[in-house]
Design a binder for this molecule. Structure first.
Ligand code: MN
Ligand code: MN
Length: 365
């Protein structure tokens, strides 16, 4: 953690920023290993150029902040106290005179920005997101180890889901089975609401599971992931129930071919937009271009969607240590859709596919 804080302070020195106040769950976790959802209360990590950093959090969370191994100051406040005064005091105590504060402009609310401004009337604010996103872009060995395990649990989730398919079973019953079995393995939180869709509903990339039941000839789409030690996984598989028609088969084969091409193209140095293009070219050539309505994928880490963005216009190169999803899909309204999604880690020479559940078409009998 100290290495990450040092990277941030080096940047602060270059930019002449005396104080950084980090408040999003993901970035607090990245800098301190303290995983907190403080709801309406204030929590954050305060970082200085040369002085010791501090965590501020509600008093009742101080013990869990300490349990992370954080060796610096932890400032606690209760519900009758004003956290902003505590932040002010923590800065005064270090005798730092603050002219510029780095904040997460996308995250810190306008109201909180005003409170900071009231504490430091003449201060200037700079955005810290770009720097933290850049640091988080490249995963180290310890992060990779967690991402591998999170991906294994996602594979297991799909396995549970596929084996729960039966005529008449509803989407939400399968969601419940998947999450029950994952909880039995110690998964506390999914990285997003588990998606199980059947029949024509598979045509909605962000469809919502309900009481629709599985019928013979349906496609069934699973999209799920877990949060393990603060890191997310994200997998999608589509299977057929009982039988598959020619059209569904053609769509499936096209998505699989596109997905494999994008995986194949994933190696350090490749322009990120090429990954999208590799898949999209195949889907277009098969005549389904208009039905592939989203980018090929997204970065994956503490947030289920983070950098890099794998869209067609991203000209940055892939770098060793980047982790992202590859998830082409074809969605035909009123008919159905297929998506296949894996989690990818860029190695020195190519990539490692972290999710390993089979991708060949499965017809569940
Ligand atoms: Mn997904
Ligand atoms: Mn995804």
């Amino acid at each position: 953690m100290e290495k990450r804080i040092n990277e941030l302070t080096n940047w602060m020195k270059q930019e002449n920023i005396e104080f950084a106040f980090i408040t999003s769950t993901a970035n607090i976790y990245y800098l301190s290993k303290f995983y907190t959802h403080p709801h309406e209360r204030v929590a954050g990590v305060g970082v200085f150029q040369n002085e010791e950093p501090f965590i501020i959090c509600p008093k009742m969370e101080m013990a869990s902040a300490r349990n992370t191994g954080w060796s610096f100051e932890i400032v606690g406040y209760d519900d009758t106290e004003n956290p902003w005064e505590f932040i002010h005091n923590a800065i005064q105590k270090r005798k730092v005179s603050v002219a510029t504060i780095a904040i997460e402009k996308e995250h810190l609310s306008f109201e909180r920005g005003e409170k900071l401004q009231n504490l430091f009337p003449n201060v200037e604010f700079k955005a810290v997101e770009d720097k933290l996103n850049e640091l988080r872009l490249i995963k180290d060995e310890s992060e990779l180890a967690i991402l591998r395990e999170a991906a294994k649990l996602a594979d297991f989730g799909v396995e549970v889901g596929v084996s729960a398919i039966k005529e008449g079973v509803t989407e939400l019953e399968i969601v419940a089975k998947i999450e029950y079995e994952l909880k039995r393995k110690g998964v506390r939180e999914m990285s997003f609401s588990t998606m199980v869709l059947t029949g024509a509903k598979t045509a909605a990339p962000h469809g919502v599971p309900g009481l629709d039941d599985i019928k013979k000839g349906d496609l069934v789409l699973f999209d799920l992931g877990v949060i393990l030690d603060g890191y997310c996984s994200d997998i999608t598989r589509t299977v057929a129930y009982h039988s598959i028609n020619e059209k569904q088969q053609e769509v499936y084969d096209t998505v699989l071919k596109a997905q494999l091409a994008a995986v194949e193209a994933s190696k350090p140095g490749t322009e990120i937009g090429i990954i999208d293009k590799a898949a999209r070219d195949i889907i277009r050539a098969a005549g389904y271009g208009e039905y592939f309505t989203h980018r090929i994928g997204h970065g994956l880490g503490i947030d289920v969607h983070e950098f890099p963005s794998l869209n067609a216009t991203n000209t940055n190169p892939l770098r060793t240590g980047m982790t992202y999803t590859i998830e082409p899909g074809i969605y035909i309204p009123n008919i159905g859709g297929v998506r296949i999604e894996d989690d990818i880690y860029i190695t020195d020479s190519g990539c490692e596919v972290l999710t390993k559940y089979p991708k060949e078409l499965q017809i569940v009998k």
